[in-house]
Design a protein around this ligand. Structure first.
Ligand code: NI
Length: 257
């Protein structure tokens, strides 16, 4: 069985002690590919360093809306430079966060659009973060992301929102929240999304799936998410692993098989 964890922050300090063991456990569970998205310039560099160190690990580079407290346009020049690395497969994670509101919403939108432009220019897909900003995120994808594909990371929205993104060429990524006890609405949407748009992730070290909710998450558990999604869709785990890996390879076209 071959899984693809499309979103794991392996540079997080919680992996400092035992990253080799974490990666080994994931590989033993069949996780063959990992995309590590940075959240600012420093962590984007750290993601690239991990991609250089581990086979099957790839980086995404970008400035996350929670990293905009001291935003300078020069940061995007750094991201542009990092994007040229051969193991960088996406611009991310980028998007809008109206929950934490670390920076004015206008600044968030401006930096999001600038990174959509950067994705178009570099030919890379985007990894999109959305918290409490669905209407603006989807509107900007519909109006400002022509020629850009990407993935809605850790999707918990409804079917209508998913379909608007899919019509723009975007993929829908499910993570731990799909498995949470109170997530019936998330599972209802997940049951109906077109199969060719589905990918899976862990968002490690965050959002560990049920019954390990609250613990440090790690890529090995993408299998738990995938098995739950398989159950919801009436597929075997093997079929879901094949489907989501195939989709992720269509999304991240720079990943070498
Ligand atoms: Ni993330």
């Amino acid at each position: 069985m071959m899984w693809f964890d499309t979103h794991c922050h392996l540079f997080d300090e919680r992996f400092q002690e035992d990253l080799d063991a974490v990666v080994a456990r994931a590989r033993a569970a069949g996780v063959r590919h990992f995309v590590v998205p940075g959240v600012d310039v420093q962590t984007s560099e750290a993601a690239i360093a991990l991609a250089e160190r581990f086979e099957g690990v790839y980086a995404a580079v970008g400035v996350h809306p929670e990293s905009l407290a001291d935003y300078r346009p020069r940061m995007l020049e750094e991201i542009r430079r990092l994007a040229a690395h051969p193991k960088v497969v996406a611009i991310g994670e980028i998007g809008l966060d109206y929950y934490w509101d670390v920076a004015p919403r206008e600044v968030q939108r401006e930096v999001f659009v600038a990174q959509l432009d950067l994705a178009r220019e570099t030919g890379l897909p985007v990894v999109v973060h959305n918290r409490d900003a669905t209407e603006d995120v989807v509107r900007l994808i519909e109006t400002e992301a022509q020629g850009v594909t990407g993935v809605m990371h850790c999707f918990t929205g409804d079917l209508d929102t998913a379909m608007r993104c899919i019509r723009c060429g975007f993929f829908i990524s499910y993570g731990g929240p799909l498995t949470f006890k109170n997530a019936e609405a998330v599972r209802e949407a997940a049951a109906r999304i077109p199969a060719e748009a589905l990918v899976v992730e862990t968002d490690s070290p965050y959002l560990s799936p049920h019954p390990l909710r609250g613990k440090r998450n790690e890529p090995e558990r993408v299998r738990i998410v995938g098995e739950r999604l398989a159950e919801i869709r009436g597929l075997t785990a093997q079929e879901m692993a094949d489907l989501t890996t195939r989709n992720a390879l269509r999304l991240f076209t720079r990943v070498r098989v």
